[in-house]
Write a protein that binds this ligand. Structure first.
Ligand code: NAP
Length: 245
């Protein structure tokens, strides 16, 4: 029996990359997992590919607050009340500051920061009422350090850290634990277009001598939503092979 037996987990952006690895890991630990993405068919396919306790796929754009509320109600009907929320949906629209367009700023902040706010607000009441719940927000090391060419993305992830700590303080008295995981460079579709030169330069900065894999992040999320992390809230767990110390 896995440590998340009978738990219901909701993973935004779970159709591929880090989100899919998280969904797989939580399902392997016994949770029934609701996997979401804008592309409903891909979310459904991903859910069908889960092992363990399995789950269901849903289309939901996290930038739409009403859609997030409706999603949480659907998951409640289909699988049961959400015990675990992983805010993983995220995008990049990289450019240097002077070339950054308003729409690049808005798209990244709306998805990465406002989306997490929508989802947390949608699950918070239920978790508070049940006096139990875990929320993990997938931030990034660039939210801690900044990064040239990623002002919008770094701002969204730094904002997510502030959001995490604030909500952790609000929900702590109800035993709802809220933490963030900050990955370094992880090989997914998001990072696949990086030039060879940029990859090599990054590689030099990773003490563990390898790029991160989605499963590296998933293991940290499994820890934070499991029984071993019952006294941890408001923290940012960096998963980056030692790149930022
Ligand atoms: P990815 O492969 O591009 O996957 C992103 C996922 O988010 C997809 O399932 C995508 O599905 C979904 N998504 C995007 N916009 C959405 C929206 N508005 N509403 C709902 N779902 C949406 O990215 P990844 O590399 O796995 O990244 C996952 C998370 O980790 C992101 O928050 C990212 O910022 C963070 N992160 C990644 C790295 C890295 O090196 N890869 C490092 C640090 C942090 P649809 O397109 O169908 O919606």
């Amino acid at each position: 029996m896995g440590e998340l037996q009978d738990r219901v987990a909701l993973v935004s952006g779970g159709s591929r990359g880090i989100g899919f690895a998280v969904a797989e890991e939580l399902a392997a630990a016994g949770a029934r997992v609701a996997v979401t993405a804008r592309a409903e068919n891909r979310a459904v396919q991903a859910a069908e590919a889960l092992g363990g306790a399995g789950g269901r796929g849903y289309g939901c754009d996290v930038t739409d607050g009403e859609a997030c509320t409706a999603l949480v109600e659907r998951v409640d009907d289909d699988l049961g009340p959400v015990d675990i929320l992983v805010n993983n949906a995220g995008i990049t629209r990289d450019n240097i500051l002077v070339r950054l367009k308003d729409e690049d700023w808005d798209a990244v902040l709306d998805t990465n920061l406002r989306g997490a706010f929508h989802m947390m607000r949608a699950v918070a009441r239920g978790m508070m009422k049940r006096r139990s719940g875990r929320i993990v927000n997938i931030a990034s090391v660039v939210g801690l350090t900044g990064n040239r060419g990623q002002a919008n993305y770094a701002a969204s992830k730094a904002g997510l850290v502030g959001l995490t700590k604030s909500v952790a303080q609000e929900l702590a008295s109800r035993d709802v634990l809220v933490n963030a995981v900050a990955p370094g460079f992880v090989e997914t579709e998001m990072t696949a277009s990086l030039s060879e030169d940029a990859r090599n330069a990054l590689f030099e900065r990773i003490p563990l001598g390898r790029f991160g894999q989605p499963s590296d992040v998933a293991g940290a999320v499994r820890f934070l939503v499991g029984p071993a992390a019952s006294y941890i809230t408001g923290q940012v767990l960096v998963v980056d092979g030692g790149m930022v110390m």
